[in-house]
Design a protein around this ligand. Structure first.
Ligand code: FES
Length: 175
């Protein structure tokens, strides 16, 4: 079997090709996985101020009255306190700007009982819960159960006569 050299060289070719194809497949698989990880990995929402256009100027909000506002798409407000189902850091999509008579406050609309969005009764100057009948005063404290803790507060500031900025989150940026 003097002829082994070239025979061994010929036998190596398929294994080399196999190795190359295998390596290529591994590179492709890794690249696809990396791209998938970038798109599928849950993003941490970035904290920011959410600017809201109110339906009326802040100055038009009389004592004992409230103005509802909603977060723009892909954004949410963040509660700064709260009990029951509400808590500091919890996102919410709706709030109320209220004039308590002594100050203006921003409250999250989520009931502390089971998270239903409260509505405002301008005549009785209180928030009512459509789900289980709880009631909250203009400053958010509980008037009637089953809720046991006040509505949560939102951190806000005036931007313009009809615009406020509320501490919130960008849930995901437009691609
Ligand atoms: S969700 Fe508000 S009282 Fe139940």
């Amino acid at each position: 079997m003097a002829f082994t050299g070239s025979a061994t060289r010929g036998n190596r070719w398929p294994s080399t090709v196999t190795a190359l194809i295998g390596g290529l497949c591994a590179v492709i698989l890794l690249s696809v996985s990396a791209v998938a990880a970038i798109y599928l990995w849950p993003r941490t929402p970035s904290k920011s101020e959410v600017v809201v256009y109110l339906t009326a100027p802040i100055s038009s909000l009389a004592s004992g009255q409230a103005l509802r506002f909603v977060a723009p798409p892909r954004q949410a407000f963040v509660m700064i306190d709260g009990g029951g189902l509400n808590a500091a850091g919890k996102p919410t999509g709706m709030g109320w700007l209220v004039n308590t008579g002594s100050r203006f406050e921003a409250l999250a609309a989520d009931s502390s009982d089971d998270g239903c969005a409260v509505t405002f009764d301008a005549i009785s100057q209180r928030f009512d819960d459509p789900c289980h009948g709880a009631a909250y005063a203009i400053d958010g404290h509980v008037l009637r159960g089953p809720a046991t803790t006040s509505l949560a507060h939102l951190r806000w500031r005036v931007v313009a006569a009809d615009r406020i900025a509320v501490e919130g989150l960008v849930l995901w940026a437009a691609v």
